[in-house]
Design a protein around this ligand. Structure first.
Ligand SMILES: [Zn+2]
Length: 282
């Protein structure tokens, strides 16, 4: 039974996120927010500025990868179907569950999945999540630009959209709030931990980092937040930097190592080099 988990280092991916179209990540229920738009965006509770929650980025990247790898969407949280391995055997070869984690312990049971869900608790205990995605704030430049621009609401625009009743043809106007195109959020930061389980090696962990870059490529060609089919949520990752902080960095005896400065997500040669370097411990 696996029970020794050692951190061998952390890969820190930083950069900026530029909005190529307006962004809508849903926030508090209508009426509670200033202005009372129908579909408000999420804002920082203190500064009231828009931000990108790490959970939104992470969730979207995971969900795109689950579809790219055609994984069974066998878990249901509220009304959302997603993938999570049910046993050690499935998990062994599943890059997505290694990178994004599996939830230990009790879970929702259905008549068909009940038995499998019951067996799940024990094996899932020593399965570390490798990827952490931080919340991303608006850049200083964008904040200043939006403060001088006359936006509908602080930092945002309100779009009116009409839903057409298919029988009466009546247009029902709805408002939805968006952070305008051109806005930059930074620093974007993802941290990928390389583990060594039971005194093994971290070669496979280094290899699985590729999945993170693949997810970022998929997201650039998909959308973040809501109203994607109506054009919202197109983003670009920019100024990407990849750095390895080996264990010695945390012990205070070593330095961090820059693996890429200006990473091109589509350059597989560059990505393979990063992984090769990681396998050699930097
Ligand atoms: Zn899985």
């Amino acid at each position: 039974m696996a029970n020794s988990i050692q951190i061998m280092g952390k890969v820190v991916i930083t950069g900026s996120i530029r909005l190529l179209t307006g962004l809508h990540i849903g926030g508090a229920a209508a009426g509670l927010d200033i202005g009372g738009v129908d579909n408000p965006i999420i804002r920082h509770p203190v500064t009231r500025e828009p931000y990108i929650p790490g959970s939104s980025l992470r969730g979207k990247i995971r969900s795109l990868l689950e579809r790219a790898y055609d994984l069974p969407l066998n878990k249901k949280v509220q009304d959302v179907r997603l993938h999570e391995c049910y046993n050690e055997n499935e998990y062994k070869t599943c890059a997505i569950c290694h990178v994004f984690g599996v939830s230990p312990g009790e879970r929702e049971r259905s008549a068909t999945q009940g038995e499998r869900a019951d067996r799940r608790g024990e094996w899932a205990t020593f399965k570390p999540t490798r990827l952490v995605v931080r919340d991303v704030q608006m850049s200083e430049g964008s904040r200043q630009e939006l403060e001088t621009a006359e936006t509908d609401l602080p930092y945002t625009e309100v779009k009116w959209e009409a839903s057409i009743d298919r029988i009466t043809s009546a247009a029902v106007p709805r408002q939805n709030e968006r952070v305008p195109a051109g806005v930059v959020f930074e620093p974007f930061e993802m941290i990928y931990t390389l583990y060594r389980l039971n005194n093994g090696d971290w070669q496979q962990d280094a290899e699985w980092l590729k999945v993170v870059f693949e997810g970022m490529r998929l997201l650039e060609d998909d959308y973040l937040g809501g109203y994607g089919s109506r054009g919202a949520g197109k983003i670009a990752f920019e100024n990407l930097k990849v750095e390895l902080r080996p264990l010695s960095y945390y012990h205070g005896t070593g330095n961090s190592i820059t693996l890429a400065d200006g990473l091109n997500l589509r350059d597989m040669t560059q990505i393979n080099q990063i992984v090769a370097q990681l396998k050699q411990g930097g």
